[in-house]
Every structure is written in C-alpha cells, then in structure tokens.
Design a protein around this ligand. Structure first.
Ligand code: SF4
Length: 262
C-alpha cells in the first residue's frame, strides 16, 4: 500500500520535517516498513453495553465489586472483551456509557497505550477518536504505521467523569485487563502516550520530561517501551510537536532494531 504522499501531508500538517534515511534517493521518500505479523481481523467496537436506569425510579444497581476477579490464565480476546464489558470493579462503571476495550490488529507488533477514554471515546466505545485521535493517527502514519496495523488501548477502560486523572485504586483494579491484553498481543514495542500512561506503566511519579527520550522496558517479557506526549496535550501545546516527532523516530528506530526490520 502506498502511503508516501499521505504521510507527507500528515507531516506537513504536524509541522515537522519529513524523515528521510540518509541513503535514500533524493527524489523518492521511502516507505517505512509496516510489519504486522499477519493479517488479523480488527477488534470490533461493541455498542453500548450498559443501559442507564431511568429517573425518577432508578433500578437498583449491582454493587461494585472489590476488585477484578482473577482472569483465567491464557484467556482469549473474546472472553477478555466480555469480562471488560461487564466489569464493575470500580466506581467508573456507574458513570460510563460503555467500556472502551481497545481496537486494532490483535497480531500487531506495536501497542499504543493511552490514559483513559474521554467523552467521545465513551460515546463511541473506541479509544483515541476525535481530534486527539486524528492527531495520533497522523503521528503513527508519519512513521509508517496506519492505525489499523497497531493495537491501541488505555490504562483505564472506563471514562473518569470530567476527564479527571485516574485514581490509583482505579488503575490498580483495571490494570489486569491491560496486562492480559499485553500477554495476548506480545507486542514487540510499546508506545505510551502521555504522563498518566507512562507513570503507571513504569510505576513512577517522575515527570514526563524525564521519562521521554530514553528506552524503558515493561513486564516479564522486557518489552521495549517508549514514552511520548499525549496528542491532546500536543493540540494544546503545538510547540512540543517537534519533541514528539523525535520520540516517534526513536520508537521507530528501536522497533527496527528489535524486530530486525527496516
Ligand atoms: S475502569 Fe476498569 S476496573 Fe473500573 S469498572 Fe471500568 S473496566 Fe472495571
């Protein structure tokens, strides 16, 4: 698939220089290889799964359970999605429209991890939609990754009201789902976008400025982990787009090294 002109348009829209390997012919921009391991069906987005009780006589709500019941070892995508859709392990289940499981190629080499669904994601049931999603798509495409070739998930599967920061207990209860997704996907590289995702994955309170620009590793598989800005932040602070572009190039180079591709 030819994405060169489109990628260039995105780069121009981002206000960042185009990435041309030193040995490339001057007239031809090479296509960074997109290397999903195999074609796999995209994970579908399910419709709303939780109806709200009508006022003024609300139906009694099921009690919020204390924690996520243990996930069966080796749980597959379908059952995992169902578990998330019915989860009531923290208070966010009371205010969500629906859970936002994640989307993308379930055999992707790249796992993109954000913070939590926003209002539009809560409505649509898909992570990174709206303006921030469009910018994330542009960022990924700029390094040769159409959205459908990666998997995208959040630390939290339900929207915090008012887009407040996730509470530690919410993260603790939701993290087993992301860990199960990582175990299933076995990504070759993870890209965390934003402070919340980075800090929770790395179990640190260090500021994002100290976390980006270096290679981290995550979990028992020691998966390479690169940190960059959240696209919503970049929309508010376009002057940092250039730093984000450096992060993306770093992630791409890391992937090339670990995956043995070019
Ligand atoms: S945020 Fe996570 S732990 Fe809390 S209800 Fe939603 S799926 Fe369950």
């Amino acid at each position: 698939m030819q994405h060169g002109p489109l990628r260039n348009a995105y780069l121009d829209a981002l206000g960042i220089d185009r990435w041309v390997p030193r040995n490339a012919p001057a007239e031809v921009l090479p296509e960074p290889a997109v290397a999903p391991r195999a074609e796999a069906p995209a994970v579908p987005v399910t419709p709303a799964v939780q109806a709200r009780a009508p006022a003024p006589a609300p139906a009694p709500q099921a009690p919020v359970v204390a924690k996520v019941p243990p996930l069966e070892p080796g749980i597959d995508w379908g059952p995992l999605r169902e578990r998330v859709a019915g989860c009531m392990a923290c208070d966010l289940c009371k205010t969500r429209t629906q859970t936002v499981f994640g989307v993308g190629n379930t055999r992707a080499d790249w796992l993109i991890i954000g913070e939590a669904p926003g209002a539009e994601e809560d409505r649509q049931g898909e992570p990174f939609v709206g303006r921030a999603g469009q910018l994330l798509n542009a960022m990924l495409l700029a390094i040769g990754l159409p959205r459908e070739t990666v998997f995208i998930a959040n630390i939290l599967k339900c929207r915090p009201p008012g887009n407040r920061d996730p509470k530690p207990e919410e993260v603790a209860r939701c993290l087993p789902y992301l860990q199960a997704q990582i175990a299933l996907l076995k990504p070759k590289i993870m890209l965390a976008v934003g402070r919340i995702a980075a800090q929770n994955l790395l179990a640190t309170d260090a500021p994002l400025a100290r976390l980006r620009g270096k290679l981290h590793h995550f979990g028992e598989a020691n998966t390479p982990l690169v940190i960059t800005y959240h696209p919503a932040y970049l929309l508010r602070t376009p002057s940092d787009k250039r730093k984000a572009w450096e992060d993306l190039k770093f992630a791409r180079a890391t992937y090339t090294r670990v995956a043995g591709t070019n």
